[in-house]
Design a protein around this ligand. Structure first.
Ligand code: NCD
Length: 331
């Protein structure tokens, strides 16, 4: 969101619709990276998400965002993120301009990102953006007057996913402090783990990173964790940490980020979680995956009560409902 030369502080919209709350946390703000959130903000998001769940369970949809429009602008494929934002907006009584296939929009004519977002905000109140380039959401926010929500910027961040991941952990494990969280797979290119590790570093957790050597966690984030004095260790073999793991967060090898298809083939099947793996895991372990999976968790695991990845998707809709309500000043 471009604040022009205004001083910092609450955003003074000249066109504040009746009922909008200027003092609501995150009102009118972009959501670009997890560093914007403090622990108290997370409690607030999760509190609102629980209210959303309650309302959806009781009445299905309600009119909190009636009259508001979301532009869902996706330059990369998406099933869950795009449709959960869509469902979130609809369940809150708002509507959506879906632009999933940018090749059918003016982007294919060579329109720049700043121009596309400045056009869409003429019609919409908030823009959800997924883009292949790192920093794209920040770039869009520099130009846009309306809030931009980062739905994944290349190998950068995926803050709303990290929020729903953390909400899943709280709801499934009952706490965050004291947990050992193991992240497995493509830790170099996976934006979900980049955001989640940063978010978890606000808590008293132990992190375990398991990956092929070529797909280790980026040094920059490892340095940030060291600065925050977060206990973490890196491993090539899951067995080294499985028995101490409270939350196992599995990721896909991010094929689209590889320049060399041979290199992708070399690392692609590196880890597979199956029932045998779970036999050696804690009975209370929470098994998560942002999805899509492409073989890292075999389907036989789905019926194990520890498999939380489909519940994780549902938590995602409530968290995104909460975020939309917050940036639009209704929560
Ligand atoms: C993730 C993404 O797009 O980063 N998917 C998602 O949003 N649930 C993970 C992935 O694509 O592997």
């Amino acid at each position: 969101m471009n604040h022009g030369n205004r001083s910092t502080g609450p955003i003074q919209s000249p066109h504040l619709p009746l009922g909008d709350r200027r003092d609501a946390p995150f009102y009118g703000r972009d959501i670009l990276e997890v560093a914007q959130f403090r622990r108290a903000d997370l409690q607030h998001v999760f509190g609102v998400a629980r209210e959303m769940r309650e309302m959806v369970t009781r009445v299905g949809s309600f009119d909190l965002l009636k009259g508001k429009i979301l532009a869902n602008l996706f330059y990369e494929p998406s099933t869950r993120t795009a449709s959960s934002f869509y469902a979130a907006m609809e369940r809150l009584g708002g509507s959506v301009i879906p632009i999933n296939e940018v090749r059918y929009s003016s982007v294919s004519k060579g329109e720049s990102l700043p121009d596309t977002v400045r056009s869409l905000e003429c019609y919409a109140d908030v823009i959800v953006l997924r883009h292949p380039e790192l920093g794209a959401a920040k770039e869009a926010a520099r130009y846009a007057r309306k809030p931009i929500i980062n739905a994944g910027d290349g190998i950068g961040e995926h803050p709303t996913q990290a929020l729903l991941d953390l909400f899943t952990i709280v709801e499934e494990a009952g706490r965050i402090d004291g947990l050992t969280v193991t992240m497995l797979g493509d830790l170099k290119n996976g934006r979900t783990v980049h955001s989640l590790a940063r978010l978890l570093s606000m808590f008293d957790v132990k992190l375990r990173f398991v990956s092929p050597d070529s797909l280790r966690f980026p040094e920059k984030i490892r340095d940030e964790l060291k600065e925050q004095r977060i206990a973490f260790s890196e491993h090539g073999d899951l067995e080294e940490v499985l028995s101490q793991t409270d939350v196992l967060y599995v990721t896909r090898v991010q094929k689209e980020r590889f320049e060399d298809p041979q290199e992708y083939k070399r690392v692609q099947g590196a880890y597979v979680i199956n029932n045998e793996t779970l036999d050696r895991a804690r009975p209370t372990m929470v098994l998560m995956h942002p999805l899509p999976r492409v073989g890292e968790i075999s389907m036989e695991v789905d019926s194990d009560p520890r498999a939380a990845y489909f519940r994780q998707m549902e938590y995602g809709m409530y968290v995104r409902m909460a975020l939309l309500a917050m940036v639009l000043g209704k929560a």
